[in-house]
Design a protein around this ligand. Sequence first.
Ligand SMILES: [Zn+2]
Length: 219
Amino acid sequence: MDQIIEGVVQFQEQVYPTQRELFQRLAKRQEPKVLFLTCADSRIDPTLLTQSPPGRLFICRNIGNIVPPHGTLDGEVATIMEYALEVLDIEHIVICGHSDCGAIKALLDPNGDLKAPAVTAWLRYAEAARRIAAVMYEDKKGLELLRAVTEQNVVAQLNNLRTYPEVAAPLAAGKLGLHGWYYDIGTAGVDVYDGSRNSFLPLREWATSVHRAKAHGGR
Ligand SMILES: [Zn+2]
C-alpha cells in the first residue's frame, strides 16, 4: 500500500501541476464519447493502452468484460449503460477482452466452482461463448482454445449489448458504434472484431479497411 500512497503524493506534486488546466476544466463537467468496457484484470490499463487523458474514456470493468442481457437481475452494467447513453450521449462502446483472462480460464475449468461461487454464477453470462467455441473449434486446445473462447465472449457480449433499448435505438440510427477488441498483454497487440468477416483483425489492418470503406461511401 505504501507504493499507492507514494503514487498519490507524486501525482499531486509532480503530475497535477503540469495539467492543472485540464483538471480544473474536468472539475466542472465530463464529456467522454467512448465507453470502454473491459475485464477487472490488473494488467489492463485502458487509459495507458489508448493513451487517453482523463475525461476521454467512460470506463466499466467487471470480471470477464461481461454485459448481462437487458432485463436480467445483475443491474450494475445496465446502470452504467443507461447513464452512458442517456446522460453522456456516448458515441462508441468498446468491449475489450484480453489474453490469459482468469474469467475465461474459470469458464473452461469445470472443477473451479467451489472456490468462487459468485464468480461462477456471474460467468453464466459467458456460457454462450464456451458453447460456441466448443462446436466451432473442436480441434483447439490450451492457449488456442482460451483465445477462441475469449474472442467468442467479446462477440457474445456485443450481442448482449444490442438487447438494451438505449443501445438498440442509437445503433439503428447510425449514431452509435460497437467495437469488440482482443488485447494481448504480452505483446500489446490489439485485434478488432470484423462482423462482416466474423473474425478478428489486427487493429491497424481493421482501421485501414474501415477508412477505405468510408472513402468509397461505405460504413
Ligand atoms: Zn480477464
